[in-house]
Ligand binder design. Sequence first.
Ligand code: SAH
Ligand code: SF4
Ligand code: F3S
Length: 429
Amino acid sequence: MKGKTVYIKTFGCQMNEHDSERMLGILYSMGFNEVDEPKKADIIIFNTCAIREKAEQKFMSSLGRIKHLKRRKPELKIIVAGCSAKLQGERLVNKAPFIDYIIGPDNISILGKIIENNSEEKIFIDENSEIAYFDFPTLRKDNVKAWVNIIYGCNNYCAYCVVPFTRGRERSRPFEKIYNEIKRLGEEGFKEVTLLGQNVNSYQHENIDFPLLLEKISEIEGIERIRFVTSHPKDLSEKLIYVMKNNPKVCEHIHLPLQAGSDRILKLMNRKYSYEEYMRKIQTLRDNIPDIAITSDIIVGFPQESDEDFEKTISALTEIQFDGIFAFKFSARPGTAASKLEGKINEDIKAKRLMEVLKLQDNITESKNKKLEDTIQEILIEGENEEGFTFGRTRTNKIVKLTSHFPSGKIIKVKIKKANRHSLEGIVI
Ligand code: SAH
Ligand code: SF4
Ligand code: F3S
């Protein structure tokens, strides 16, 4: 398939971004090249997200915009992959008959076969156990940092969340596969890996659990920094905190989604921890790793969230002082337990609550960043931003802009001169 081209657009989380790297890897190994405009492509892939209604709407309008291309070029293949593909399946083809293939997150390993055989079958969304074992010829854009999948799917069924329906049952990838991939990345010059999973803390392959996995991969030469997302608070163990504290390669940052401050809402969300239990884990983290950055996710306007419940989220944010958060308005998703709950909150109240949360957190983030002024930080250079500034990240995952130029991949010490809300400015010492 020499000379053929692919355009890919990705929605959603890092998991999806990484799946796109894997799909591109497969197509490149078949002779395809990537192009930056749908009209130049022989294959168009939308790698979709279904987490909130808005994400699906965004994809549907992108899909509408390329419909005419198929009329001009009938041999063009339009592929919808990802979480919305899995969730909507045949319904998507009924809505948009010009789609050639629907490929769920579990089925991207057979993308090559589908294209090669010009498959007559259109829909590939069945659970596919091969995914955890398949060796993808991944095409990574970055050459300093790499994502590595360690666990697929999710068993947690948080009441609001579609992921257990889109990514299937939880499956840990065999240890040897992970180790070999990271070893290769080290040899290729990558400096940082981020281990990916919906709930990395429940990784288990034979006798290797998540803390042991971290220990083992930290022995790999060349890899200087190890990160991971996401940790479910209920499974965050003392053993993991111990490894974070003692292993110099494991970075001092954890993303630990709280979702809400009210125990009543946490229970309705099926999160399986109380605010007090969450707080105890934060305390243990901070007692052991004083400089740790903690970030989180918050949902406002979950069904039945009263003003009083919402105030508990506000006081939680004030008490915990996260380094940063992602906050979302609750969106009812098909098939989830929360979509069937009574007591829906109206959109105006959701919007008001979201604004309040974001405003409060902006101030907290800024004041946390200010405390870093005049401190010395170790940063890993990632490259140049659009304004031409060299930038890198601290071990705590904060972006630092520099005025002098450094090659990407270098680890250097900088002094933080100025803290802004969303970035820091530093000078090399
Ligand atoms: N597995 C990860 C991430 C899941 S999706 C975890 O458990 O944390 C990322 C975030 O999207 C969630 O943490 C949650 O805050 C938000 N989210 C998920 N479903 C949502 C919904 N239906 N409405 C609004 N926000 C949602
Ligand atoms: Fe969704 Fe909960 Fe699983 Fe995260 S842990 S993916 S929020 S069901
Ligand atoms: Fe990620 Fe969206 Fe799927 S957040 S797991 S791409 S629903």
